[in-house]
Design a protein around this ligand. Structure first.
Ligand SMILES: [Zn+2]
Length: 196
């Protein structure tokens, strides 16, 4: 089994810094919660899309305003499936929050991974395959928006309890949020008809 780890863009949390020095520390310690919400929806979008396309999501993490979705065997899926899952983060941001994460200082973005996958596709078909994948991501994100908000809310609740942007959703809690253990088990079985 191989593992694919997404790393989302680092969010700018200091954009509301006050010039007033005595308040700067407090402001820096308080993340911009609307950005954190966009990040949680972004990761939930990847995870929900992967689950609905038959892949297994092992965990979702928010760590210091970076986000990660752990999807098993992503690189064994068809390129069109990989592209849809990789597009689903941005599709969820735009479609469900009407926002887009702005600060993207890291090079291992979804865009870079998408470019890597597209290299596996015939050059003449790339534009069409990508357009189809984006459509699929957009549609899945919209159809499963209830699940995505549920997963995002679970992540944000953990951040809230921790008092900082730290969350990890896995095991039963993740299965429940993504649609319940039964659904996940069915999807898991459907994804691997020949592995038994
Ligand atoms: Zn992403």
């Amino acid at each position: 089994m191989s593992w694919q780890k997404f790393r989302s863009e680092t969010l700018e949390i200091r954009d509301h810094q006050s010039p007033c020095t005595q308040t700067v520390n407090a402001v820096i310690d308080t993340p911009d919660l609307s950005n954190l919400r966009v990040l949680a929806v972004h990761e939930a979008g990847h995870a929900s899309c992967a689950t609905n396309l038959g892949l297994v999501v092992e965990a979702i993490e928010i760590d210091g305003l970076d986000g990660y979705s752990y999807v098993a065997d992503l690189d064994r899926a068809r390129p069109s499936i990989q592209l849809a899952i990789l597009s689903a983060g941005a599709a969820a941001e735009r479609g469900l929050t009407g926002r887009k994460m702005e600060s993207r200082p890291h090079e291992n973005s979804d865009a870079q991974r998408i470019a890597d996958v597209l290299r596996l596709v015939d050059r003449r078909e790339r534009a069409a395959v990508m357009a189809q994948a984006e459509q699929m991501a957009k549609r899945l994100v919209w159809v499963h928006r209830g699940t995505i908000f549920k997963v995002a809310t679970a992540l944000l609740q953990q951040c809230s309890s921790a008092g900082q942007p730290q969350a990890r959703l896995d095991g039963d809690a993740l299965s429940d949020a993504l649609g319940g253990p039964a659904v996940v088990a069915i999807l898991r079985a459907a994804a691997r008809p020949r592995d038994a």
